[in-house]
Ligand binder design. Structure first.
Ligand SMILES: *Cc1c(COP(=O)(O)O)cnc(C)c1O
Length: 388
């Protein structure tokens, strides 16, 4: 049998080398728990970077996927499909009002690419305004809307016409919009940028400015969607009605999928100008249908709201001089330290809790929304222990 050391050596030898890795081989998951190759158990606050909202090995997703994989896995979008039709109806039903259509794809970056292309098509304009500390993905278009210099600089020149303004500062947004602006793209809670919740008045103000100036309002809910923040979509906390809404990550219970929901201000999209081979495939659609049904039946948004408060107040009560701030919305929680988080994340893993970072100094918690209250309390205890 192949040993753990051999597996790590194989992956180090043949993987792209783009990732810094924890020395852990994860082989199994259930709910909010993960197991490594040695059978050690962990409470998962990484959640596949916000993908595992309905929990690992979710029984409803397993059932839907195993049934669908026997029936039909791929059906090009030039044909109709039973799973796709139902998913499109479900997605537009649960979305903020006015998003009546959707384009299906396979990831968050693809959803952002599509939204940017649709905005240019629809407006005939080219400029895009994005936020400092925003993250929208790593393909050229999505990367052009992403703030972090380390991600952008090695690949310049990027797509022209992108401008950045400070987040949560309405006046700066007002100054940035002009007759050439096709779209504004924002997260409702900035994720990778450090778990920074958007202010409701700011977000509604940006939306109103967009309406006034003929600019499309793109909301990136790739990380905040599907119950994560305590509502089905974070936009619903603030009564936002985006013209384009990007989703992905947890949409299909762990399978790769993305989507752009499209509002009436976008207008008709011409035939054949965009598309995707795997987009809207019946397997992902069946998984997404099961995921949405499970989120609603189990009341996961409400659960995220309650357990998020429990986690935030637990972390806030830790009396450590190392902590600068604890913030979040629902079960999207960040703890900003005065120094780097990497050593504390490693120490947490030693103690059976996996969490991730958001930038160098923010510890981020994105557990499956099915996590138990006891596990949330254990996470708080272990964070307190590593900080003491
Ligand atoms: C993760 C993320 C993306 C990119 O999604 P991928 O599936 O990794 O391409 C885009 N926007 C936000 C807000 C994200 O959190």
């Amino acid at each position: 049998m192949i040993t753990a050391d051999e597996l790590i050596a194989l992956e180090d030898q043949h993987d792209s080398g783009l990732y810094t890795k924890q020395p852990l081989i994860l082989v199994r998951g259930e709910g909010a728990r993960l197991w490594d190759a040695d059978g050690r158990e962990y409470i998962d606050c990484v959640g596949g970077h916000g993908v595992a909202n309905v929990g690992h090995a979710n029984p409803a997703v397993i059932r839907a996927v195993t049934e669908q994989v026997r029936r039909l896995v791929i059906c090009p979008s030039g044909f109709y499909n039973d799973q796709r039709a139902q998913l499109l109806a479900e997605l537009t039903r649960i979305a903020p009002p006015g998003l009546e259509r959707a384009f299906l794809c396979n990831s968050g970056a693809e959803a952002v690419e599509a939204a940017l292309k649709f905005a240019r098509l629809s407006t005939g304009r080219t400029k895009v305004v994005a936020a400092m500390r925003g993250f929208h993905g790593r393909t050229f278009g999505a990367l052009s809307a992403t703030w972090r210099k380390q991600y952008r600089q090695p690949f310049e020149p990027l797509v022209p016409g992108f401008h950045f303004v400070p987040y949560n500062r309405l006046e700066r947004m007002r100054q940035a919009l002009d007759e050439e602006t096709a779209a504004v793209i924002l997260e409702v809670v900035q994720g990778e940028g450090g778990v920074i919740p958007g202010d409701g008045e700011y977000l509604r103000g940006v939306q109103a400015l967009c309406r006034e100036r003929g600019v499309l309002f793109i909301v990136d809910e790739v990380q905040t969607g599907f119950g994560r923040t305590g509502r089905m979509f974070a936009s619903q906390h603030h009564d936002l009605r985006p013209d384009l809404m990007c989703v992905a990550k947890s949409i299909a219970g762990g399978l790769p999928m993305g989507a752009v929901l499209i509002g009436s201000r976008v207008g008709e999209l011409p035939k054949k100008v965009h598309g995707s081979t795997f987009g809207g495939n019946p397997l992902a659609c069946a998984a997404a249908l099961a995921t949405i049904a499970y989120i609603e039946a189990e009341g996961l948004p409400q659960r995220a709201a309650e357990l998020g408060e429990r986690l935030i107040s637990g972390l806030q009560a830790i009396p450590s001089p190392l902590v600068r701030d604890v913030r979040g919305l629902g079960l999207m929680v960040g703890m900003e330290l005065k120094g780097k988080v990497a050593p504390y994340l490693a120490a947490l893993a030693e103690r059976g809790v996996l969490a991730l970072s958001a930038g160098a100094t923010v510890m981020r918690f994105l557990p499956p929304l099915v996590i138990s209250a006891e596990d949330v309390d254990t996470v708080v205890e272990q964070v307190a222990a590593v900080l003491s």
